[in-house]
Write a protein that binds this ligand. Sequence first.
Ligand code: UD1
Length: 416
Amino acid sequence: MPEIIVEGGHRLRGELHIQGSKNAVLPILAASVLPEGETVLTHVPVIGDVAVSLEILSALGVSVSLADGRLTLCADSLCGDEVPRELGARMRSSVLFLGSLLGRRQKVRAAFPGGCAIGSRPVGLHLSVLRQLGAEISSGGNGLCGRVGRFTGGVVALPFPSVGATEQALLAAASAAGDTVIRGAAREPEVQILCDFLGACGAKIRGQGTAEIRVMPAPLHGCHFEIPGDRIAAGTYLAAAAATAGDVTVRGIPPEHLKSSLAVFRLLGCRVDEGEDWVRLVREGMLRPVPRLETGPYPGFPTDMQPLILPLLALASGESRLRENLFENRLGLAGELNRLGADIRVCDRLAVIHGVRSFTGSSVAASDLRGGAGLLVAALAARGVSRITGRRYIERGYEEPERNLTALGAAIRLIG
Ligand code: UD1
């Protein structure tokens, strides 16, 4: 079974150029069936979820070629309208092919999307935005099935700023007959990046980064687009520096994308310096507890960073409380952290954490992407050797984590 073996206790020091953003590239790959002609994406992260997306695109008849992070795509020969079940069921973001394939082919079939087991992850908001734009969608034992003459455009109202449902609305709106206004839109950087991509393909979009986005469709053409740095990967390496009393600089990431996470690192007692596209974190003394912290939609503290901060709170000198407001099972790694010596009690969505002086190496199991990365952060800080199973979860979203961490001074190897 593929495992990660970590000998903890080494201080991480050095600099790292951050990989392209997973959560930005996945909706862009779903969008890539829309433009005519060739699209070239650069700084594409070589990660598991991208590999699955490329398999889906190939199965649909899109030509795909990836070398050194440069991905060339052309959907002129697209012929399918079904997301292969086995592939769709492996990844949450496969649901985004609903909007783009309906736009391009006027019909679509797909399995219910899969992805990390961090909560129930319903798709009701996705189906609602597609229906608001004129599609007929049925869902049942055979999965999801949709049909549309042409998306109409109009007003789409979201009762909650879901990242995925906002992206779904953008994909559908980009091929609609008229303008679309998305009210209650998510403001995450990845939504803005999708708008930038669609803009580079010819769509006119206003209001990205606010709760109201207007899409004025136009014929879409291929483009060259660079995938920006991954804010959560950047936050992960900063958390690893904080866990090991290290000194790490991450480059290729605008600090404003990490604002609320940087505020948390400062509350934990770390020194954080920032420049135009870099962040440096230095930890010298003990980590300090954070009495009250909760996750929320952007610009709030991101749920994806929660499992990376949890091990730090578990090493802080006092009691912290952390509430997970987005995904009900996302505190699942607390039990595994307790195997390493942490003292975390979880009641419903609240974790009460009593800081301990150190962790001790042990065998732990990753069961989702960010939770797995949180275990890696904890193992780097632990005395002795840890074995982490479930490596494939971590590889869904991190490009060569062992190489990056080794370059920073970690003692880590992969087996199996
Ligand atoms: C995206 C990210 C994920 C991140 C999350 C929140 C990708 C591939 N994934 O996931 O890493 O943790 O944003 O920042 O970009 N909801 C519904 N019905 C729906 C859709 C969502 O009730 O149809 C609820 C979810 O259960 C959750 C909340 O809305 O409680 C937020 O989910 P959403 O913002 O949609 O997250 P994702 O797009 O799935």
